[in-house]
Every structure is written in structure tokens, then in C-alpha cells.
Design a protein around this ligand. Structure first.
Ligand code: ASP
Ligand code: MG
Length: 436
């Protein structure tokens, strides 16, 4: 068995959906389970319509018209969708009436995107000779906690999921993104959650491979918008890809967890070039490249906390992190010295309160408009001159580095520069490490 997940952009119009059917047909012998996202931008539109329903405008027409046009373009009838359209309309009317949108309600509304697409896709597949059947993931044991909008799958759900596919015939087309809590309510796994669904289902069923199909060539050596010599990375280890996932990689950050647990290869593939090998993410992969990819995250604040009074005081770090935790400030990078701590964060929400509290026992300096650049590669561990290769050319170019850190896995080096220096920095590094 394999899992094939198709994202919203792969399903955004009839032409692409037809291509998707061709891709699935070629792999029928491998017993695929298909996982689908909502078509195109449907989830964004549902979000928008739920929020505007609060002020009396539901904007549901755009969503229904879009799906009607899709179905028509595929030569199908919209009969099986009618009851769902009606439910959605009713729910949005309820929000307008009560002027209330709870996270639980919002997840219910968002669920329609994937529920439409799993029906449309299986209806269309059947016209193409693929024996498909729609499956709603919240009915096959994909149980989660009740943290609506960000739900986390419960431990031990694999067995139930596996058994629901065990003796089933045909090709299941499963809703991505959706689960159900212990009280029977639909939940969502966070934006781009279909990748995660695909991995959960793949791990539960013991898939040979989890394929994530989108419309890009795979994981790139660097953002091609910044460096036009960027190329796709053929192979990556689970560790490397996990480091990248945090920097807005190509998939939901939790996707690799189930795959790693069961050691299932994950492939990032391009539906516009189905024969292109894409990027394979494997437990181990040998490669001569020291660095696999350069990634970045912009618009961070760098906070320097200095307190000479704390010299040698054992509770200093604990005290600082307690303050951040209390105000729910998420930290990215951390570096410490005997009397100072530097951290970066992109969660400005409660930052002011945290800073205020820190200022009671330390001097606090905030530097805005910063970015983290991170280079990732298993071979970094072995190359002792790596810091030189990175920082010497940057110094030569006059790029100031504010902070450096290397994780305990030793497969990445991250450092902070000014936002405006992101482009020159990644260009210099890409030239240094990927010129073949
Ligand atoms: N449709 C959901 C979203 O737009 C889930 C996904 O695309 O993976 O976030
Ligand atoms: Mg998506």
C-alpha cells in the first residue's frame, strides 16, 4: 500500500484534477490510499465566510459556485453535494443569527472543504475507471484532542485506522486535515494538515511510501525567489527534513513524526511533472553535499537579556524562561553566556508584558527586523571548518551576524542577520556551497 496526498493547488481546476487521475491510475497496482485537501483556496474562503457571517455577510455563494463550476467542468452532477451545500448555508446562517463563532463551529465549517473534495474526487475517479470511494477521516478512527484549529491526534489510534482499511475494496479517497474528538466533534489539524493526515494514515496502514503531491519540484536548495540557481534536493534524511520543516518547509511540521516512527519514506512530488523524481526523505541517505538546504525566517525580534547581578546564580535561566512561558511567548533561537541570554521570537502578541516583567531583574534590549538563516546537512557534523566556510565570506561582504547557534544534533547552524541582508546572505552561501 502507498499513500498519495494531493494538495489544494493540485485540485484547483478540472485540468489539474484530470492530471491527478492520470497519476493515480498509473499507481493502482501499488494499492493507493488517496488523501485530499480542499480544492484550491476553499479553506481560506470558508474561513473568510465564517468570519464575515458574524457581521451578516456569509460569502458562501463564491464557494458553492466554485464547486459547481468544478463539478461541471469534470462532467459530473452536483447532486451528491447538494445536502452538504445546504448544511453549510444553514450553519453560516446560524452564525449570522447568534453573532457567535466558536473554535468548534469554525472547525465544522472548515471541514466542508475536504468533505466536498473527497466526494468530487471519488466521483470523478470512478468515471475514469478508478474504483474510488469517499471516506471521511473523522469516521475511521482519526481521533484527536479537542484543541479546535490545532488538534493533536490521540496516542494509539493507528490500530483502529488500520482496521478500517484492512478488508476494504477499491481506492479510498480520504479527507485530509480532519479528525474527531472524544465528544464526536469534527476537529482540524492546523493549516496544511492534510500532509499530516497522509502521514498518520500511511503509518497506521504500514505504507511502503507516503507521496505528497504539489506543484513544485520538491524541497529546494534555497528559496528560488531569492536565488535563481536554486535546485531541488534529490534526497534528504528525516533529521534534515525535520530541521527544515520548522522554517516553513514544504509540509505541515508534524508530518514527519508518524513517518519517522515507522520508517516510511516520504516523497515530495510535482503533479505538473509526474516523472520528475522530486525529493525523497529517508531514514538515512548518503550524499557528498555538506549542506542540503539553506532556509530562513524573517521578521523576528532579537531580545538580549543582561544581568550582571545574576552572575553564577543557578536560577537565572529558569527565571527568564518562566517569564516567557507565562506570557506564551514562543522562542526560536537561544544563546547564553554567564550573564546574558539572547533569544529570538516571532510571537509579538504578549511580548510587551514579558519584557516588562524581565526588566524588573535584568537589562533588556530589543532589536527588530531580524531574520534567522539556517543551513542544514548531516555532513555539517563532520566538517570542522564549516563555521569558517559560512562566516568568512559573510564578513568579507560586510554582513553583520548578530547571534549564532548550533543544535545538539550538529546538523544545522543557524544565525541571525538583519532582514534586509537575507537575500545577499543566502546568495553568498548558495554560491559557496552549491557551485558544482
Ligand atoms: N485545506 C487545508 C488548508 O488549506 C488543509 C491542507 O490544505 O492541507 O490548510
Ligand atoms: Mg493545502
Amino acid at each position: 500500500m502507498i499513500v498519495m496526498k494531493f494538495g489544494g493547488s493540485s485540485l484547483k481546476n478540472p485540468a489539474r484534477i484530470k492530471q491527478v487521475a492520470g497519476i493515480v491510475k498509473k499507481q493502482l497496482a501499488r494499492k493507493p490510499i488517496i488523501v485530499v485537501s480542499a480544492h484550491g483556496l476553499t479553506t481560506d474562503w470558508l474561513l473568510d465566510s465564517a468570519r464575515s457571517a458574524l457581521s451578516g455577510h456569509s460569502k458562501v455563494k463564491r464557494i458553492i459556485d466554485f464547486h459547481r463550476r468544478l463539478v461541471k467542468g469534470l462532467g459530473l452532477s452536483d447532486q451528491s453535494l447538494q445536502p452538504l451545500f445546504e448544511e453549510l448555508r444553514k450553519m453560516l446562517r446560524g452564525i449570522s443569527g447568534f453573532k457567535k463563532l466558536t473554535p468548534r463551529r469554525l472547525d465544522q465549517i472548515l471541514s466542508y472543504g475536504e468533505r466536498f473534495s473527497c466526494r468530487i474526487m471519488s466521483d470523478y475517479f470512478r468515471t475514469q475507471g478508478i474504483p474510488a470511494r469517499p471516506v471521511e477521516s473523522f469516521k475511521i478512527g482519526l481521533m484527536t484532542d479537542s484543541d479546535f484549529g490545532q488538534a493533536v491526534p490521540l496516542a494509539g489510534i493507528e490500530k483502529k485506522i488500520a482496521s478500517s482499511f484492512k478488508n476494504s475494496k477499491g481506492v479510498p479517497v480520504v479527507t485530509g486535515f480532519l479528525g474527531r474528538d472524544n465528544y464526536g466533534q469534527v476537529t482540524t489539524l492546523g493549516r496544511n494538515g492534510s500532509d499530516y493526515s497522509a502521514a498518520i494514515i500511511g503509518a497506521a496502514g504500514g505504507a511502503k511510501e507516503i507521496q505528497l503531491w504539489s506543484d513544485v519540484d520538491g524541497i529546494m536548495t534555497v528559496d528560488p525567489r531569492l536565488v535563481n540557481r536554486a535546485v531541488p534536493v534529490a534526497r534528504m534524511s528525516f533529521n534534515e527534513a525535520s530541521e527544515l520543516a520548522y522554517y516553513g518547509g514544504r509540509f505541515h511540521p508534524s508530518t514527519l513524526i508518524p513517518a519517522i516512527k515507522k520508517n516510511i519514506p516520504v516523497r515530495i512530488l510535482n503533479m505538473l511533472k509526474p516523472d520528475w523524481p522530486g525529493t525523497s526523505i529517508l531514514k538515512k541517505c548518503s550524499s557528498r553535499d555538506v549542506i542540503k538546504s539553506i532556509v530562513y525566517k524573517k521578521n523576528l525580534q532579537l531580545i538580549n537579556i543582561i544581568s550582571t547581578r545574576m552572575l553564577g546564580y543557578a536560577g537565572f535561566l529558569a527565571k527568564i524562561f518562566d517569564v516567557f512561558a507565562k506570557h506564551k511567548v514562543v522562542l526560536d533561537m537561544i544563546a547564553t553566556s554567564e550573564v546574558s541570554v539572547s533569544v529570538t521570537t516571532d510571537s509579538p502578541r504578549h511580548l510587551a508584558r514579558a519584557i516588562h516583567e524581565l526588566a524588573e531583574f535584568a537589562e533588556v534590549k530589543i532589536l527588530k527586523n531580524k531574520a534567522i538563516i539556517c543551513v542544514v546537512g548531516e555532513r555539517i557534523r563532520k566538517k570542522t571548518t564549516i563555521a569558517d566556510s559560512i562566516f568568512t565570506p559573510l564578513k568579507r561582504a560586510g554582513i553583520k551576524v548578530h547571534m549564532i547557534s548550533q543544535g545538539a544534533t550538529l546538523i544545522n547552524i543557524a544565525f541571525v542577520v538583519d532582514n534586509r541582508n537575507v537575500r545577499p546572505t543566502v546568495k553568498i552561501l548558495h554560491r559557496a556551497f552549491f557551485r558544482k
